[in-house]
Ligand binder design. Sequence first.
Ligand SMILES: Nc1ncnc2c1ncn2[C@@H]1O[C@H](COP(=O)(O)OP(=O)(O)O)[C@@H](O)[C@H]1O
Ligand SMILES: N[C@@H](CCC(=O)OP(=O)(O)O)C(=O)O
Length: 375
Amino acid sequence: MINRKEILDDAKKIVIKLGTTSISNEDGSLNTEFMEKVAAQVSELHNAGKQVILVSSGSIGIGIEILNLNCRPKEIPVRQAAAAVGQGFLMQHWMEAFRKYELNVAQILLTYDSFTNRLTYLNLRNSISTLLSYGVIPIINENDPICVHEIEATLGDNDKLSAMVASKTEADVLMLLTDIDGLYNKNPKRHDDALLLNTVEEITPTIESYGGSPTSMKGVGGMRTKIAAAKICNMAGCYMVIANSNVDNVISRVLSGENIGTLFLANQFVHKNRIRWIILGKASGIIKVDSGAKKAISNSMSLLPSGVLEVEGDFDRGDIVKLECNGEVFGKGITDYTSEELKAIKGKHTDMIAEILGYKNYDHVIKKENIGLLK
Ligand SMILES: Nc1ncnc2c1ncn2[C@@H]1O[C@H](COP(=O)(O)OP(=O)(O)O)[C@@H](O)[C@H]1O
Ligand SMILES: N[C@@H](CCC(=O)OP(=O)(O)O)C(=O)O
């Protein structure tokens, strides 16, 4: 039996994500009452010596309200304009909510690229830890006005972003506050017989199949992105809780170990920060390897050109690439050769690199220290 008190009571660094559904009222206006309640609970945690980072959604919803756009626009430029208008308003209200407790807040706007560039990633970590050391509450959102994802034609989601922040800052717990009691085995807004899960020990394909989209027009990712966030947290050794923001004193009560919401357990085997950065970073291409190379990599060896079968994408030295074997991506790494160079030396013995390219930078394609395995 999982002892929630033992796990959560001890948490020192906590990331709390407030979804659009929690931060705004039904009519689209800002739920300032809720923000004040959050500030009160966060200040209590702060006084108890805990470090709290907030990830706040809501800029698009509030921007829509301010600009008097009477429906939920789908066009990206309109949503981006709404985000730019709403973000200042959102921060102004957070500032007011925390002023009562004499706490300063700081705005940090991120894109997924903030996690891909190692230098930006390290700078971000340093500024967050400096803010925390000054007793400031960092409030993070995605930098929506400049951010369009290639794959989805919509703006990104703060569930995954908050998990990346939790992973990066080595938080103990990520709490996702939303409009529902936790993860159910099907969307309870559509199915009366849906059952709430108390604890998720492992994110299996069955758990992933519960990840439906939001039912309201307000939320962005629904449970699908919350489960994706749980996977990132699990890998980072960070516990995650999905709970209903309507529960009285939800933050304090979850952290004191009460049986509220769904708890996702953390993996006890945690990757080093650098490896997590590689695994979470955006890949510029794929290196397909044979099963012998996969076996060697799984035994903590470097990737040599002889194990490379094919190269996809256009990448430079120092880029992050996916490692694939028999159609399955099993890891990521930082390549020491460009895609062009690799196409020339794939399948060849290391001794032939200099002859083929006219030079040799390294014996390996990817150094063992620069490889992160996904399982
Ligand atoms: N299996 C499920 N369990 C719980 N909620 C689900 C499930 N599948 C889909 N949902 C939907 O996810 C919504 C919460 O996600 P979302 O609207 O994106 O909230 P937020 O704005 O807080 O991120 C719920 O209100 C519900 O409509
Ligand atoms: N960055 C966007 C929110 C994106 C998002 O993830 O929304 P939600 O799923 O409601 O938390 C905003 O501030 O409106």
